[in-house]
Ligand binder design. Structure first.
Ligand code: ADP
Ligand code: MG
Ligand code: MG
Length: 903
């Protein structure tokens, strides 16, 4: 091995010994020892049966890479001393021909990266020690089986010979000699295989397989540190945001043998069922096997418990049947581990001649459903507190519980995949247009709307569809954002799909599907299947309800919903929203019948034309609001005045233009000229929001009237006072606010006189421009200043970063890979930059008006990290799409609990 330059300073402690009741490490030292090493030490401290060994710290990994992949010299004596201690403890001796100590050299970083890095078993075997092992164990077959395993792993991991080379040799050997299972090979056969393995290593041109056990050890330690940078590990870290700098530790541990015959075994177990959360042992084992045999698929492993065997109707004996003593001991150990770690554990064990050995424990990964059940059960068992239970569940995983999911045991044919744009699974007949989607829906059919991309014109079809599939567009494309908002499952950007609208077909390679054929999409994974796939319905079980109730008791931010339609509002209430934080009135106009009147209004060339169209919109809009107020009862409802650039409503297609022209009795050429006149180079920064209202105050007047009249009517019907919160979008100057607030107040005064009632209402503004944050004091100042702020963090992000959300997809992916953005700033708020603007806005607004109510209504309102930020910034509420309300309730509670714990 290559050693670094000798250091003149005393070497730090790089090696931590562990053995039953005698460990230098602890569970909370995983930064230094890696998760595996820290937990081995902890289990040993608990007196559990752990083969003795030692951990080389993650610091050494850092040194290894800083030192051109060589290990510091000072490590050698520390390792030698620890190895001797292991020998004393076990009664064996490393490299000794009579009585050889064999070790496992195991990777293990701070965060679990299962199977991503390398581990080498049976190290210390060579042509002579293998004979010692055979004599000691009185089992030649076992000794040579172990030796061939070692040569294969060493050849693969340290010498870089492809593992397929070894697998081919073994397969050929078994075929030629009529064996089907590895367990059928005796010592003689394994000797032949070993000779072939060594030959293959020589032929590969790599260094020969070393007979010197010290060379083996250092080669393996170096290779395991080296595996931190293998492709699998690098990719895994990128996907899971694990820092490169953490490094892995290396564990060197005495071997125990599950391949010593029929009272030996190896297995994996969860202390509870990781897919349902049920409090039952779950896992698999193999008799007479070692290490990776269980997961490698060479032999099919069997169940651990009698119950599981019966449920699976497995003819093979369970561990409980086969080795009841060992099983019973394991059960006791699992109990001890759960009480120590206070969580469900994922465990690796080996049984050698009936004796149980623990090789690993960690908190187990689990489904969202299991996470909820386990957290609630542990609290009920008194193992954890309720607020801890609330902290135990990942809020983002909650969405999985609120949609049907594909039955994992179902058989299915994969068509293609795209991006997991909006969770949930849905089956339906393929349709290629939004009008068709709506027609089919009215006939009671479930449809999947398939489009190259969607646009605002597709809203009605997206509403009607059971699921949406697009060939283009990223996670923040129109389809993705709107689908998430609606809670409709969506797979976007399935690039392999070709759509032929004329022929009404879609194809993926040679596979062609036509309109009416059934597909199933899974918006949680991005997969698309042919035909209908069995689903599991969301279970808002008792556990789920308990957890949410505990979350609400934590006193976090209140959670409202963004809801534009009665359907959304009902959903929001069903998920426990405490009001509507954003009702976007423009969505009310996309409806097929209404959009014509809306277009008429926009294209009118004078106020009279606009007023006539508005007069027809008024009753429709009023009816919408009445329904919304009735659904929400006394809960607050914030209504935003018309916001989007008018171009979103403009007629484009010939038949749309004709319809509008007819309605306006305007020649079509004149209409086209009007449409041209209204088109803008950069609509996002054009005539929209308060600017639109200032240009056409009659729109604001109509909307205010619709809101107030609806409030009176809904209030009368229910015998309550409805107090709408009216919100003016895209304000930057106090004067803009005053002009529009003036229009609204005048309208209110008029209606009060007409109806002879007193109106209760609040006026406020969206904060979505940097200037609005900086001048928040102006906006809130005085009696007539805003009663509330609602941060529109989508636009605030666009305007603060100068980045158009609709054009961001390719930029985002490049910026993510280069580490410029930590996260998609439209999904999780940029806390440093945009966040500072937000904090300034809150501070300056409250300075002028301490009672100022502050909320947020962008996509960020449903993002757990962003919610924690809004909590710390002093917000009163967050508002998010109805389907994210439970997520937000949990995230808000977690933010409050963490803040309390930190205080
Ligand atoms: P991974 O992180 O990929 O799970 P491990 O280091 O846990 O890698 O090793 C994989 C498997 O090797 C273990 O599940 C266990 O079956 C086997 N193994 C590891 N250490 C030992 C040991 N000391 N004795 C026997 N088998 C071992
Ligand atoms: Mg493991
Ligand atoms: Mg906005």
């Amino acid at each position: 091995m290559a050693l670094g330059h000798p250091s003149r300073e005393a070497t730090p402690k790089w090696v931590y010994y562990f053995a039953a009741g005698d460990s230098e490490g602890r569970a909370d030292m995983s930064d230094l020892l890696g998760g595996k090493g820290a937990n081995l030490a902890e289990m040993a401290n608990l007196g559990l049966p752990v083969p003795p060994g030692f951990t080389i710290t993650t610091e050494v990994c850092g040194l290894y890479y800083r030192n051109q992949r060589s290990l510091p010299e000072g490590l050698v004596p520390q390792v030698e001393r620890a190895l001797e201690r292991v020998g004393k403890e076990t009664g064996f001796s490393f490299g000794n021909e009579e009585n050889p100590l064999l070790v496992a050299v195991r990777s293990g970083g701070r965060a679990s990266m299962p199977g991503m890095m390398d581990t080498i078993l049976n190290l210390g075997l060579n042509d002579r020690t293998v004979q010692g092992l055979a004599r000691n164990s009185n089992d030649e077959r076992f000794a040579y089986d172990s030796y061939r395993r070692f040569i294969q792993m060493y050849g693969d991991v340290v010498l870089g010979v492809d593992h397929a080379v070894f697998e081919d040799i073994l397969d050929n050997f078994k075929n030629l000699n009529g064996f089907s299972f590895d367990t059928e090979l005796g010592a003689g056969e394994w000797r032949e295989v070993i000779a072939a393995y060594k030959g293959a290593i020589e032929d590969s041109g790599s260094a020969p397989f070393p007979q010197d056990t010290n060379e083996q050890l250092w080669g393996a330690i170096g290779a395991v540190f080296g595996s931190w940078q293998n492709n699998r590990a690098v990719t895994y870290r990128r996907l899971h945001a694990i820092p490169e700098s953490w490094g892995t530790a290396v564990n060197v541990q005495a071997m125990v043998f599950g391949n010593m015959g029929n009272t030996s075994a190896t297995g994996v177990a969860f202390t509870r069922n990781p897919s349902t959360g049920a409090n039952e042992i779950y896992g698999e084992y193999l008799i007479n096997a070692q290490g990776e045999d269980v997961v490698s698929g060479i032999r099919t492993p069997h169940t651990l418990t009698i119950k599981a065997r019966e449920e699976a109707e497995d003819p093979n004996p369970s561990l409980e049947d086969e080795l009841p003593g060992a099983f019973h001991e394991l059960k006791l150990i699992f109990g001890a581990l759960e009480s120590r770690y206070r969580d469900m554990q994922d465990i690796e064990f080996t049984i050698q001649n009936g004796k149980v050995w623990m090789l690993q424990t960690r908190s187990g990964k689990r489904t969202a459903e299991a996470a909820v059940k386990i957290a609630v059960d542990l609290a009920a068992e008194g193992v954890i507190r309720r607020d801890e239970a609330v902290l135990r569940v990942d809020p983002s995983s909650f969405t999985q519980l609120l949609h049907p999911t594909i039955d994992p045991s179902a058989e299915m044919e994969l068509l293609t995949s795209g991006l997991p744009a909006s969770p949930g699974a849905a089956s339906g007949e393929i349709v290629f247009s939004s009008d068709e989607a709506e027609r089919q829906k009215q006939q009671g059919r479930a449809v999947i709307l398939v489009r190259t991309e969607t646009s605002p014109e597709d809203i009605h079809g997206m509403h009607a569809a059971a699921g949406i599939l697009t060939a283009r567009g990223g996670m923040t494309s129109h389809a993705a954002v709107v689908a998430r908002g609606m809670g409709v499952p969506c797979v976007s950007g399935a690039g392999a799909i070709r759509i032929n609208e004329q022929a009404a077909t879609l194809s993926v390679g040679q596979r062609v599907l036509k309109a009416g054929d059934i597909v199933t999409i899974d918006g949680a994974t991005g997969r698309v299947y042919v035909g209908e796939v069995p689903m599991r319905q969301p279970q808002l079980s008792g556990d789920f309800a308990s957890l949410i109730a505990w979350a609400d008791a934590a006193g976090g931010l209140s959670v409202r919903a963004n809801a534009d339609t009665p359907k959304d509002a009902r959903q929001a209430r069903a998920f426990g929203a405490q009001g509507i934080g954003l009702c976007r009135t423009e969505h009310m106009f996309f409806d097929a019948e209404r959009i014509l009147t809306m277009r008429e209004m926009i294209c009118a060339t004078n106020e009279a034309g606009r007023k006539s169209a508005l007069a027809r919109i008024l009753p429709v809009q009023r009816a919408d609001f009445v329904e919304l107020f009735e659904i929400m009862g006394e809960l607050p409802v914030t209504i935003r005045l018309l916001d989007p650039p008018l171009h979103e409503f403009l007629p484009r297609q010939e038949r749309e233009l004709e319809a509008v022209a007819a309605q306006l009795k305007m020649p079509i050429d004149k209409l086209k000229a009007r449409v041209d006149e209204l088109s803008e180079f950069n609509p996002m920064l054009g005539l929209r929001g308060s600017r639109l209202a200032i240009r056409y105050p009659e729109i604001t007047e109509m909307q205010a009237r619709a809101i107030f009249e609806a409030a009176i009517e809904a209030g009368k019907r229910q015998g309550v006072t409805v107090e709408p919160e009216i919100m003016i979008p895209l304000v930057a100057y106090r004067r803009e606010y005053d002009i529009l607030a003036g229009v609204i107040r005048n309208t209110a005064d008029t209606i009060e006189k007409e109806a002879g009632v007193r109106l209760a209402y609040k006026l406020g503004t969206m904060i979505e421009l940097p200037r609005a944050c900086l001048r928040a004091g102006d906006l809130a100042d005085g009696e007539d200043g805003a009663d509330f702020f609602s941060f529109g963090t989508n636009d605030l992000t666009q305007t603060a970063l100068g980045l158009s959300r609709d054009d961001a997809a390719p930029i985002l992916s490049a910026y993510a890979t280069q580490g410029i953005y930590d996260a998609d700033p439209f999904a999780s708020i940029d806390q440093q930059g945009v966040g500072e603007l937000v904090r300034i806005g809150v501070e300056r607004g409250r300075e002028k008006k301490p009672t100022l109510k502050i909320g947020i209504c962008g996509e960020h309102g449903g993002d757990p990290d962003s919610i924690a930020f809004f909590h710390s910034a002093g917000f009163d509420y967050v508002s998010c799409s109805p389907f994210r309300v439970p997520v937000a309730r949990l995230a808000a509670a977690q933010a409050a609990i963490r803040a309390k714990l930190d205080a």
